[in-house]
Design a protein around this ligand. Structure first.
Ligand code: UD1
Ligand code: CA
Length: 467
């Protein structure tokens, strides 16, 4: 939060109006454009979060195309509905009933790189300059397709002209309209009533409000930002990927400056929603997604994909996939483990190679070193699961649980047919198929007794001669 000076805060009412009704034709997508994700969050969610972090009092999202899908994704905001997309000015008109005498901050749902710091600085500029309208602008090397800022000789902002409506001289102007504005609410309401659609696209342009303000002798300012990256609009999937790589770089830089070692930022992807403590090391080839939290000293990778998981202190996860799981302090995972959703793994445990685990509890100091399936299991502490153990959890209709109590030892190539309980300190001989509960401190052995048929190989003429 930014509370100094003329910052956004609780004493001044600021309504954010986020325009998100457009279809985004150039995405060629079934999904509304603003729901396409960047670093694990829908673009419009980034904008909503940015406004919230900047400290706006309330947010209205103008929805139209795919309205119900957009509404389903967003919480703690109000909605205005724009039935037909008749332009940015028309979109703001739909939010009119929310507009009061406070300030109105207009944002677009497809500019996900905007930061709260920029909103805050713009707000300060707007307040200190005593402006009735402030437009956020930037100098663009290639201003094509953007609205151009028309200033008079003294630098006063007179108008904004769209690319399609611009004459050759205006097209040379490099200062562009970001589409982000602050308005005095009451003056904005009045100006919206005067908007016309007599332009190249027959739309009600919000940009025309600037000229209307000038005609009424209201004070119009432009706050120019240094880094045009922030106001980049996403209109197609190429721009989506460009915006994502900028956002990824920002996320990685922030983690590194907070004490996370990232060996190869170029091959590391971390969602905006992930939290990582200091002294974590991330090796190349990792994707860390969703609501993941990683505690200090963990070593992630190489080549790990982790989503929606809690990774304890000092955990190591190599070449593995981890989903919706909790992993306790000092546990090692992988290489080549697959943790599907719903596992709670204790401290100092070992989940080795080619182990698949789902919906299971796995206690402290327990080990499953290789080639094992643990499904719907409740494994105590100090348990050893040998190579090739299968939790037979599915009878074709229902899933059942397997309980392995503390300090039990399960030999190699054992089937545990659920529902079944192995008591504390039990031993299961290699190759056993367990179908009945095993009492504490007992050995279960269930396999055909071995027979040796002596001389059989010789009699069959199968003996190989020594060289
Ligand atoms: C707009 C600006 C342009 C600016 C550019 C910056 C106008 C007339 N032009 O142009 O000066 O340089 O943004 O990116 O404002 N939307 C609605 N309802 C509508 C129309 C648009 O909700 O009826 C939403 C879209 O979903 C989008 C945003 O408003 O999020 C911008 O609309 P878009 O059509 O992309 O405007 P531009 O032509 O890019
Ligand atoms: Ca646009």
């Amino acid at each position: 939060m930014y509370l100094e000076g003329d910052s956004l805060n609780s004493t001044s009412y600021v309504l954010a109006v986020i325009l998100a009704a457009g279809e985004g034709k150039r995405m060629y997508s079934k999904k509304p454009k603003v729901l396409h994700e960047i670093c694990g969050k829908a673009m419009v969610q980034h904008v909503v979060d940015c406004a919230r972090e900047a400290g706006v009092s309330e947010t209205v999202v103008v929805v139209g195309h795919g309205a119900s899908q957009v509404q389903d994704k967003l919480i703690d905001v109000k909605f205005a509905y724009q039935e037909q997309q008749l332009g940015t000015g028309h979109a703001v008109m739909q939010a009119e009933s929310f507009i009061t005498s406070g300030e109105v901050l207009v944002l677009y749902g497809d500019t996900p790189l905007l930061t709260p710091e920029t909103i805050d600085k713009m707000y300060e500029f707007h307040k200190q300059g005593g402006f009735d309208a402030t437009v956020l602008t930037a100098e663009m090397g290639n201003p094509f397709s953007y609205g151009r800022i028309i200033r008079d000789v003294e630098g006063k902002v007179l108008d904004i002209v769209e690319e399609r409506d611009a004459d050759p001289e205006q097209k040379k102007i490099k200062e562009i309209n970001s589409g982000i504005y602050l308005f005095n609410g009451l003056f904005l309401k009045d100006a919206l009533k005067e908007l016309k659609n007599d332009n190249n696209q027959n739309e009600y342009y919000l940009t025309d409000v600037i000229k209307i303000f000038n005609d009424k002798n209201l004070k119009v300012g432009a706050y120019k930002i240094e880094n045009p990256e922030e106001i980049m609009g996403v209109n197609n999937r190429l721009q989506l990927s460009q915006a994502a790589s900028i956002m990824t770089r920002r996320i990685l830089e922030a983690h590194m400056l907070n004490g996370v070692t990232i060996i190869d930022p170029a091959s590391t992807y971390i969602d905006a929603t992930v939290k990582i403590e200091k002294d974590v090391t991330i090796l190349p080839g990792c994707m860390i997604k969703g609501n993941t939290y990683i505690e200090e000293d963990a070593i992630i990778g190489p080549y790990a994909t982790i989503s929606d998981s809690h990774v304890g202190k000092g955990v190591s996860i190599k070449n593995s996939v981890v989903m919706e799981s909790r992993i306790g302090e000092g546990t090692t995972v992988g290489p080549f483990a697959y943790l599907r959703p719903g596992n709670v793994i204790g401290k100092h445990a070992k989940i080795g190679d080619f182990v698949e685990m789902k919906n299971s509890n796995f206690g402290d100091y327990s080990k499953v070193s290789h080639l094992t399936y643990v499904g719907d299991g409740d494994v105590g502490s100090g348990v050893n699961l040998g190579c090739g153990v299968v939790f037979v959890n599915y009878d074709g209709k229902k899933k059942h649980r397997t309980k392995v109590e503390d300090n039990s030892f399960v030999g190699c190539n054992v089937n545990l047919v659920a529902p079944v309980v192995l008591g504390k300190n039990s031993y299961i001989a290699a190759g056993t198929t367990v179908t009945r509960n095993v009492p504490e401190e007992s050995l279960a052995i269930g396999r055909a007794r071995q027979e040796n048929i002596e001389g059989w190989v010789r009699r069959k003429g199968l003996t190989k001669e020594e060289e």
